[in-house]
Design a protein around this ligand. Sequence first.
Ligand code: ADP
Ligand code: MG
Length: 358
Amino acid sequence: MAQIKLSNLRHSYMPAPKGPEDYALKEIDVTWRDGGAYALLGPSGCGKSTLLNIISGLLTPSEGRILFDDQDVTALPPDQRNIAQVFQFPVIYDTMTVGENLAFPLKNRGVDAATIKRRVDEIAEMLDVTDMLGTKASGLSPDNKQKISMGRGLVRDDVNAVMFDEPLTVIDPHLKWKLRSKLKELHQRVQATMIYVTHDQTEALTFADEVVVMQDGEVVQIGTPVELFERPQHTFVGHFIGSPGMNVLPCEAKGDRAIFEGHEVMLEGPTHGDGGRTDLGIRPEYVGFGETGIPAQVTKVSDIGRHFVVSAMVGNTPLKAVVEHNAPNPGSHVFLKFKPEHSRVYRDGWIVTEERTQ
Ligand code: ADP
Ligand code: MG
């Protein structure tokens, strides 16, 4: 196992890139702690697979370095990096049995037969495929094939990291949930560095201790699920994580206040800088109702089961609130209260409100 460090990484698929828009990865500096459980989260096309392929060595970056502990591996081919990678679609040998497929990565490295049997049995049990060990892989359903593919990634215990690139895409929803909790359990058991790529916030937040959020070839925030929820560093993170996402409301900022649709809103702390597009960010969970406050008209109420999502208009700006009970009626006029400790100003997307210190 090793700590993996990406330093000043940039990558373009073009032979002569010019501006930043020609780069699939713009400027990446990330350190993946030895033994950490990470999710790499971002929308389709933001550069997640490019980043994984650079770590595993399938792709050489245009600029920057990759370090495993203190060893520079930038120029090393994949087979010398000792990384297990599980892809979006199953990669298995159809002519082999399930057991032979699982044994293959170990056999390939000259591991002794007794160890191979022990590891294969362990992994098969974990993935619930013990009764398929003798079956030819060619006849398996797509989700069983993918389970075997994941097993092949997990069977070695000497790798620097195990990376999963959206591995549950072909798996049906029920099994998805089961496999995800298995992976989490497995991580706790083996303590290998794991990087789990997904565009699905639920997958990321349940699997990872730390989530790396990417947008458009850049890392916008690295944090625990709680940090990403409570203090998004960028409106993109606020909007991408949470359901519904953070309200992003055009405003003006003055010291520790924002002026939103003509109403003064108390912020978490003072705001620095000026100019740029200025927005007030507040999660629907921290918008409440009161006897006084910001006047709004309710446009829609959705009963989500555990809570209500209330859509409302303040002046010309729509926003959402989440309440557990006593949802107002559609059409009614209400007063909104924003929790100051969760109200922050963002300039051109980035947070500019200082963290409140006690
Ligand atoms: P993600 O895995 O987050 O969906 P990718 O890393 O696959 O994103 O892609 C990032 C960007 O690089 C996209 O704009 C994509 O079109 C581009 N890209 C990916 N692979 C190639 C390739 N082999 N050649 C050219 N462009 C590519
Ligand atoms: Mg991808």
